[in-house]
Structures are given as C-alpha cells and as structure tokens.
Design a protein around this ligand. Structure first.
Ligand code: ZN
Length: 470
C-alpha cells in the first residue's frame, strides 16, 4: 500500500537525481584540458560507464601555468623578475600588490605586456589552489585584458566563469574562445549549455556536434555526448509542436491540446513557490525556469523516462518535466511535484557545476522540507524491522536503491534536514550550501559551518530519528 501512496514522489526524484549526477560527471571532463600536469589529472567517466580512466600521455593537454622564466630583456626586466619570484615563493598578496603598482610604461611596452599577463595568470592559479575560483577570477580577468590572444589565459578565465556561474561566460566571450582555442571542446559545450538555456535547441545541437568532434580521443565522453545530443534532438522534435507561455519567472510549454486551466494552475503554483520558497530559503533563480507539461500518454516516450516516473527535474536540459491529464489533473499532486522539483531546479541554478558535491540526502531533504511535502510516517507505512541507512551511504546517487530502501532514504533525508532546520536554522544551512558550492567535503562543511563533526551530527540525528519511530 505504501508504494501506491508515495511512489509518485519517490521515483521521479531518484531519476532527476541520477540525471543531476550524470550532468556533473559529464561536465567534469571539460576541465582536464585546463588541469595543470603537476596535479593528478583524472578523467571522470561519463555515466553510466564505470571506473575512471587516466588520460593517455599522448593526449595533448593545455598547460594551465605559463612559463614565467623567460623574461623579455627590457628595461623592466628586474622589476618583472621580482614579481615572478614572489609568485614562485607563494607571496601572493605581495605579488598582487606589485602587479597592481606596475608603472604605465611597463604595460605600454609591447614586449613586457604579454609577460605581465602571464604573471597575472600564474598568480590566479596559485590563488585558485588555495581559495578556489572565487579568488582567482579577477587575476584571470586582468590577464585576459592584457593579452586576449593567449588560449591558456582565456581557458583559465572561462573555467573560473563556469565554476562561478558568471554571466560573463556569454556568447561573445565563447565565440572569441572558439577562435583562440579551435580544437577544444569546452567552448562548444558551454555554448550548447547557454543556447539550451535560451531554448535554442537547434543551436545547442550544432555545438554539441562540434564538441563531439573535438573529444575524439575520449571514447567514453564521446558516447556520453552522443546520448546528450540525442536527448536534445528528441526534446527539440517533441517540443517543436508545443506552445510556450511565460510568466515573470517561468516559461511553461504545453501540448496545444492541453487545457488552459491546467496551465493556469501550474503557473499559479509555480509563482507561489517562487515567492514562498524564495522567502524561506532566501534564494531566487537567476533566470526563468522552464517547465514542460506533457500529455500523460506521451510523457514516457518524450522524456525517455521509465513508465513509473511522474515528473522530474532534468539538469541536462534545464527543465522541470511533468505529465498532466488535462482537467482531471489532481491539483494537490501537481503542487507537491512542482514545488519539490522547483527546489531541485533552484539548487541546481545556484550550485551549477558543483551541484553534485551536495550530498543527495541534503538535496532531497531540502526539497521535501522547503516544498512542504507531506511524508507518511514510517511507522504507518512500513511494518516490521526498518533498516536505517547511514547518511554517508546516501550522499551519492539513489538510483540503485530498492523501492523499499528508497522510502527509508527519503524519510531519513526529510528527518535529517528537519533536524538541521530546527537546531541550526536556515541561515546556517545556507552557509552549508555555500561550502558545497566551494567544493568542500561533507566532513569539512559540517565542521566549519555547523561546528560539529559529521559523525556527531549523524549520531545525534539518529537518536532522534529512532525515538520518533519507536
Ligand atoms: Zn527530489
């Protein structure tokens, strides 16, 4: 019986999440070309391919750090040598200070200027190593201002923009990047992503194909790209016969035959979610969110989802997808699913490429708590012994969980986030999300932001969880 009650929430969520993880695994391989050869270069396999493969030595990889030993012999040579040495000794604030204080004559000197750009680039890399791209972005920007023909500098800036979800990674910048680094798949992938957001699926397909031609050396990534391309193409053909209408914060596409009242309900629910969840969470999406209403009969074939899925957030396509049944659509069900998926969309919008660093239990628990999902008590839904799953086992994708285990997983996520909210409040949870945005591990994030070890948190939460069940 319990399955009938909650399966419409359970299963779509698991799928949405699998896609979310997939998306991020897919994006990570963008960066190997940007990775310094002195660091371990790991190529994360695109799903569902198993273990990681190290890129072969023969592959050409851009070196992110530029050679700063060859200083042009100009009257400014010793000044520049001094800054180079500070960068090498990791005296970063001093190096930055000296770079900023360089006299105009150095920058107007055609020989010195590209070298100053190299120094800014290498300073940015050191800053990034210590504090992430939030700290390095300005140095890369400065480097690119001084030399916008250097592919390594522009790639480093592009990566920082990407990680920071900076809107400066726009079509103009990407077009320039394509000219400067014509063999790199990254600008094409980023462009496809951008065009998809703007709902230009034709353009996105074209750039995906171009990216695909440029990842020839990586068969796994290539096959994943082919899958994504097929998916975008299918969506393009399905949605080409749909009409779209927008409210301030959402674009809702629907089948022409769908009735207007469902569409109106959907917009009302979404706008209310925007206000209400925005107020609770202090978060608003940076761009309109796309919602596609499918006819129930064609939902499965249109989205490629299994027969039992009742809605999902698809981060690859940046869409909430929902099946509807015209006038008979249950409004309460619709509100539950839309609000829940809206929270996933919001978190994805905020975390961008780092969405996968968010533990799944936190992502799901936040969606449930913020959406106000009514979740049946485990006591009532499950009889007999319940096997508690450690939170540490619920950080990754949930796709492999059995139906029964997934009910326990959602209950735990709901309860753990409820405990977080009651004890620490939303502002501290927000700090926690920020830590994941900066790629912190779960243990570090808990220790630094909540001043409690992850183990201790789990123990204390579990005690409460067990009490509630007995
Ligand atoms: Zn979910």
């Amino acid at each position: 019986m319990y399955r009938r009650n909650i399966r419409h929430i359970l299963i779509p969520l698991a799928i949405g999440l699998a896609l979310l993880i997939g998306y991020n695994l897919f994006l990570k391989p963008l960066h190997p070309s940007l990775t310094s050869p002195t660091e371990t270069v790991e190529s994360v396999p695109p799903p569902p391919a198993p273990p990681q493969s190290k890129p072969s030595q023969s592959e050409s990889r851009l070196v992110r750090a530029l050679d700063q030993t060859v200083i042009p012999s100009t009257p400014h040579q010793s000044l520049l040598e001094g800054i180079r040495d500070e960068v090498e000794k990791h005296n970063l604030s001093l190096a930055e200070h000296k770079l900023k204080a360089l006299p105009a004559s150095v920058l107007s000197d055609g020989q010195s200027k590209p070298f100053v750009a190299i120094l800014w680039n290498n300073l940015g890399l050191q800053q990034e190593r210590l504090q992430g791209t939030g700290a390095s972005i300005n140095a890369f920007k400065r480097a690119a201002e001084l030399d916008d023909t250097n592919p390594i500098i522009l790639m480093n800036l592009a990566q920082a923009y990407w990680e920071q979800r900076d809107r400066a990674l726009n079509a103009e910048f990407l077009t320039k990047l394509m000219k400067v680094a014509p063999d790199d798949p990254f600008p094409h992938l980023a462009m496809a992503d951008l065009l998809q957001e703007q709902d230009d699926l034709n353009g996105a397909t074209m750039h995906l194909a171009q990216a695909s031609q440029r990842v020839k050396q990586d068969p796994a990534l290539q096959s994943y790209l082919a899958t994504v391309t097929a998916k975008v193409q299918r969506t393009r053909s399905v949605e080409s016969r749909m009409t779209a209408r927008s409210s301030t914060h959402f674009v809702v596409k629907f089948d022409g035959e769908e009735d207007q009242s469902t569409w109106t309900s959907v917009l009302e629910i979404l706008e209310e979610a925007y206000r209400d969840i925005g107020q609770k969470f202090g978060q608003f999406p940076t761009k309109p969110i796309m919602v596609v209403l499918h006819a129930k009969e064609s939902f499965q074939s249109s989205t490629g989802s299994p027969a039992w899925a009742d809605g999902l957030y698809d981060p690859t396509l940046g869409r909430i997808q929902i099946p509807t049944q015209g006038a008979t659509t249950d409004r309460k069900w619709l509100a539950t699913v839309l609000r829940h998926e809206y929270v996933h969309a919001l978190l994805h919008d905020r975390l961008g490429p780092h969405a996968a660093t968010l533990p799944t239990w936190l992502n799901e628990g936040l969606a449930m708590q913020l959406a106000g999902d009514s979740w049946p008590d485990l006591k009532e839904t499950m009889h007999g012994e319940i096997k508690v799953i450690p939170l540490t086992s619920l950080e990754g994708p949930w796709g492999g969980l059995s139906a029964e285990a997934s009910i326990v997983a959602y209950s735990e996520a709901n309860s753990a986030v409820n405990y977080l909210l009651e004890r620490w409040g939303m502002a501290r949870i927000d700090d926690l999300v920020k830590a994941f945005q900066a790629k912190a591990s779960v243990a570090t994030a808990f220790q630094d932001k909540l001043l409690i070890s992850y183990e201790q948190f789990q123990r204390q939460w579990l005690e409460r969880f067990e009490q509630a069940r007995s």
